[in-house]
Design a protein around this ligand. Structure first.
Ligand SMILES: Nc1nc2c(ncn2[C@@H]2O[C@H](COP(=O)(O)OP(=O)(O)OP(=O)(O)O)[C@@H](O)[C@H]2O)c(=O)[nH]1
Ligand SMILES: [Mg+2]
Length: 432
């Protein structure tokens, strides 16, 4: 079956690309342009309706089988990106017998089925399309490119070498199996297992990369938390007032720091709650305190006890800040930094400190990171199988080795699992 779809985003744009993939791709070009094109050569063509009316001028490219994204013959029509042109073009294509609209992710699925890309790359491609921050893009291109795949292939090769050892020993009777051989197998499998286990742990870093670093601003009422979130996000999102207890709920705002996605949360000022609403607000603040990666404890210079009633178990990534340094000091606290939001004092230094902490939290994100439950499940299975390689019975060892190899291979190639494939490809949009 030959499939077609608009591959660029819906809506008005300078250019729109309609893609056709399958045996009838070339015929589609001939029908619409009345031309035969040289493969992989962008050619300016008129596109016609079946009544010879011209629809648009378009750059058309024909890709032969094996030399296209999908592995099948592909036609691309780069037209002007108006609703009317796209609609007219799609209508003409639909009139050609043997063509049908593509389903979500079907071009990519075809690329996978043709062996053009493996499943790790498919998942990477999906990430690349949805990447919002620079770091997310960086991760996605490593999954789509060779890095992640090569790592899996390396483990598969190593485990395969264990099988080769086992096969080489088939000629030996049980008593004669050289002890070195079993030692070597165990050495290789232990090394692979430990690498796999470390990789499984990178899932936490991926979590930070995807969901971002959570920064909570906490403190007593009136310390300037809302003023600070407004300053840091450069938005007037939180109400600032001299009345203590202004903020009663959590208020979040996002931004990036050096390509890292960050969510800042303004919280309700901590004091003895005056009513049910405040009680609930404080409950939420407390939860935020527990889950944030970085906590900014914000106190006021004009209070005798700027952090009274606040659980100040300060962790490595937390920052203790005293605000309102323009006012007379009333306390004996020694904070990490004193600022004044009112007079813009040392706010740049506070931001510098924040950036350092964000960098530290995200600095382990250099290599590829585990980012799929599907991949993780196979890795856990492989690790378990490798961990089961014990004793001296080669047949049992061989079973575990094969099991581990199968799991690693399934990461890049789920051979016959339509359900799994369905879940992967349905996440794509139509036209990809
Ligand atoms: N003098 C002085 N006043 C400040 C400074 N920063 C904030 N304020 C004022 O302090 C008051 C409280 O500020 P908010 O940002 O609403 O404080 P908050 O911590 O969000 O207060 P709650 O929401 O009630 O918990 C406002 O009147 C601000 O204008 C500062 O650096 N110096
Ligand atoms: Mg507030």
């Amino acid at each position: 079956m030959t499939i077609y779809a608009l591959s660029t985003a819906q809506g008005q744009a300078g250019v729109a690309i309609v893609r056709v993939s399958g045996d009838l791709a070339e015929k589609t070009i001939n029908t619409l342009t009345k031309k035969r094109l040289q493969p992989r050569k962008a050619t300016l063509c008129n596109i016609y309706k079946d009544n010879n009316e011209k629809i648009d001028e378009s750059i058309v490219i024909y890709f032969e089988r094996h030399k296209s994204f999908t592995g099948e013959p592909v036609a691309e029509f780069h037209t002007h990106g108006s609703h009317a042109v796209i609609r007219a073009l799609l209508k003409e294509i639909s009139k050609i017998e043997g063509l049908r609209p593509a389903e979500a992710g079907e071009f990519t699925k075809q690329a996978y089925l043709s062996g053009k890309i493996n499943l790790v790359q498919v998942e990477g491609l999906n990430d690349l399309i949805s990447a919002e921050t620079e770091k997310q893009r960086h991760q996605a291109i490593m999954q789509y490119g060779d890095e992640a795949t090569n790592q899996y292939l390396k483990w598969a090769e190593e485990i395969k070498s264990c099988l080769a050892y086992i096969e080489a020993s088939i000629d030996f009777s049980d008593e004669d199996v050289p002890t070195n051989l079993i030692k070597d197998i165990k050495k290789i499998s232990k090394k692979a297992q430990s690498e796999i286990d470390s990789y499984i742990k990178t899932e936490d870093d991926n979590e930070i990369l995807q969901a971002g670093i959570k920064i909570a601003i906490v403190g007593r009422p009136n310390s300037g938390k809302s003023s600070l979130i407004n300053y840091l996000t450069n938005k007037n999102i939180s109400i600032v007032s001299k009345k203590p207890g202004t903020t009663t709920d959590l208020l979040r705002s996002e931004r990036t720091y050096d390509g890292v996605y960050v969510t800042l949360t303004d919280t309700a000022g901590i004091r003895a709650a005056k009513d049910e609403i405040e009680k609930e607000g404080l409950k939420r603040t407390k939860k935020e305190l527990e889950t944030a990666h970085i906590r900014i404890f914000l106190g006021s210079n004009s209070e005798k006890k700027p952090f009274y009633g606040i659980d100040m178990t300060v962790k490595d990534n937390d920052i203790v800040v005293i605000n309102k340094s323009d006012l007379k000091k009333q306390h004996k606290i020694r904070p990490n930094i004193s600022i004044s939001i009112k007079t813009n004092k040392k706010l740049n230094i506070l931001e510098k400190k924040l950036k350092e902490k964000i960098k530290k939290l995200s600095s382990s994100q250099l290599g590829t990171l585990l980012n799929r439950e599907r991949q993780k499940n196979h890795l856990i299975r492989a690790s378990k199988a490798l961990a089961s390689i014990k004793g001296g019975d080669l047949e049992i060892i061989s079973l575990h080795v094969r099991d581990a190899l199968k799991s690693i291979d399934s990461i890049t190639q789920e051979t016959s699992n339509e359900d799994v494939l369905g879940v992967i490809f349905n996440k794509f949009c139509i036209g990809k």
